[in-house]
Design a protein. Sequence first.
Length: 138
Amino acid sequence: MISKIEHIGIAVKNLESAEAIYEKLLGVAPYKREEVASEFVITSFFDNGPNKIELLEATDEQSAIHKYIEKKGEGIHHIAFAVEDIYAEMERLRQEGFVLLNENPKRGADNKLVCFIHPKSSNGVLVELCQDLPQEEV
């Protein structure tokens, strides 16, 4: 089952300038920067109470983030929800009629297994499911 909002992903053109803005806005520095080479992005995470803000900058024109910014501009890209068992949740959502963008979960940023739900299935919002990976898989 979905337990909470894990993070909100925000597509940005320039990670350094966006980090400066969000550092001022939230009053804290990002706790982590990470490249996800398979997705052609660099991410930066901020803690915000029980949730997180993820800034995403494309590293290549074939990145989904680059394509998103070209089409819609900078802004909220996705909302991520924490799940305990991503495989069970993916199956439950398939049974409910949601279209998943991933056949199987894949490794994402911030030590997570992730899967995305097509926005056409969720009123135009790209939804990400996130499950913490065990420490031994870090």
